[in-house]
Design a protein around this ligand. Structure first.
Ligand code: PMP
Length: 412
């Protein structure tokens, strides 16, 4: 068992200072309480170090922003240069915004114009507002996690029903579930918003079945509604132009964030000029920190590195081998562990069973992994980044094998 003394005393202090000590999915009970650290001290490349000095190979990548690695020098240098030479917070926007927008228009199939924000939730809310403004319709069909704002968050405390009563959920890879909703509400549907890869919390990742995304596109056209791809996780990771490029289906609007600046706070709505232009007059969006240019400098450098170092090819190659290796292990040790995902986003879940032993197995499995200093999230898929070395991945495959053997040998 790891020594987590400092982490535990810090989290006790945290509970006094912040509700739940830390927010949302980062709370201790969202890992294995008592086994995982609660705070990190630092990170470099593929490694992170907790308050007690334990070093881990990290597969959560800060929940997605880390595409190169932690503390990537060339990116940090680009940011430091911006601070030192020019400054980054002014009353007017700096022209670096246009350089980044041009780059996005060049690489993202659906992007004719871009609006930059700082968080994915803000981007999702803006896209929905643009769609409603453009179509003059009200209802939203959604599929996936789109952030914490009133219209879409799952936990409804503090939100009057009228703020989300026009939002309906459909099932990923189930075109009929969307068709049914549209049959009933299609004439008043402003947008269909979907994560192009299905990644429901705590459940297996789902790749689109052949024809699914194309079918969603067709339904959006049939009912004259705006198709929004939420590419906050898949953007700059599945392909440079996002999952829309990889799967060959082009939405009207799409959302980016996370990996686009290797950890600096940025998000974007990109899409058809005709729809985006609604934000010139009728649809309002603004924030003090939207023009803050540190993340623009970081994003430009990140994208430059993704291209010059063929980062995504590397990630697909390493990730494919890793997925294959761990799939072979779950076949070799049939204890209920299931591997899902795509090479840049692997995930190990446990098959549900009536006796609910899967919960104990999941806890045991992730406990064994963290004790071997492999940091993965039991309830969230992982990510592969550029700084994951063969050595890291091979060590991790071995740790996964040992953890599966532990489960095989235990009585449930
Ligand atoms: N959409 C998706 C698909 C996400 O994964 C997230 C964040 N996990 C969001 C939207 C919200 O982004 P943010 O947390 O930056 O507000």
């Amino acid at each position: 068992k790891l020594n987590l003394e400092k982490s535990m005393s810090e989290v006790a202090r945290g509970y006094e200072l912040t509700p739940g000590a830390v927010l949302g999915i980062r709370r201790p009970y969202n890992f294995v309480e008592g086994e995982y650290p609660n705070y990190f001290e630092s990170g470099k490349g593929s490694r992170i170090i907790d308050l007690d000095g334990n070093e881990y190979i990290d597969y959560l990548c800060a929940y997605g922003p880390i595409i190169m690695g932690y503390c990537e020098e060339e990116i940090d240098e680009a940011v430091i240069k911006q601070i030192r030479d020019k400054g980054f917070c002014f009353s007017l926007t700096q022209s670096i915004q246009n350089r980044l927008a041009e780059k996005m228009v060049e690489i993202i199939p659906s992007a004719e114009q871009v609006i930059f924000l700082k968080t994915g939730s803000a981007a999702a809310t803006l896209a929905v507002r643009l769609a409603r403004g453009y179509t003059d319709k009200t209802k939203i069909m959604r599929c996936g996690y789109h952030g914490w704002h009133d219209w879409c968050v799952e936990v409804k405390g503090g939100i009057p029903e009228k703020l989300y009563e026009d939002v309906y959920s459909f099932k990923y890879n189930d075109l009929a579930s969307l068709e049914e909703l549209l049959f009933e509400h299609g004439n008043d549907t402003a947008a269909i918003i979907i994560t192009p890869v299905g990644h429901p919390l705590g459940n297996k990742i789902e790749e689109p079945k052949p024809g699914f995304l194309e079918g969603v596109r067709e339904l959006a056209d049939k009912y004259n509604t705006i198709l929004i791809f939420d590419e906050i996780r898949t953007g700059f990771r599945v392909a440079l132009g996002g999952a829309q490029e990889y799967y060959g289906v082009t939405p009207d609007l799409s959302l980016f964030g996370k990996a686009m600046a290797n950890g600096y706070a940025i998000a974007a709505v990109a899409g058809k000029k005709e729809v985006m232009k609604k934000a010139e007059h009728d649809v309002f969006v603004s924030s003090t920190f939207f023009p803050n240019s540190l993340s623009f400098a970081a994003a430009l450098k990140t994208i430059e590195l993704l291209q010059s170092k063929k980062v995504l090819e590397y990630i697909w190659e390493k990730g494919s081998k890793f997925l294959e290796d761990i799939k072979a292990l779950t076949a070799k040790y049939p204890v209920g562990a299931e591997v899902s995902g795509i090479p840049p986003m692997p995930y190990i879940t446990f098959q549900r069973d009536k006796a609910k032993t899967y919960k104990e197995k999941r806890t045991d499995f992730y406990t064994q992994l963290i004790r071997r200093r492999v940091f993965m999230q039991p309830y969230h898929h992982g990510y592969i980044c550029y700084r994951h070395t063969d050595e890291d991945l091979n060590y991790t495959v071995k740790a996964i094998e040992e953890s599966l053997v532990y489960i095989e040998e235990k009585d449930y």
